[in-house]
Design a protein around this ligand. Sequence first.
Ligand SMILES: [Zn+2]
Ligand SMILES: [Zn+2]
Length: 69
Amino acid sequence: MTASDPKPAPSRSIIQCPLCGFKVTERLPAGKAPSTADCVACGKAMQARGCCVFCDFGSVRCRAASCSL
Ligand SMILES: [Zn+2]
Ligand SMILES: [Zn+2]
């Protein structure tokens, strides 16, 4: 690893459950991300209103070309 290495695009996003606040680190998919995910803490389904769960609840948005956010 040298200083001239380009910064890698973030490949992980911290998704926070809007219901209980539990945070989980998820890998960002290369393409379309799912719009729903089950919280491992409270068991409720997180339903994204926008593009996907990463765009709505994640610390890093998805990389899908169709994502316009
Ligand atoms: Zn939860
Ligand atoms: Zn998205």
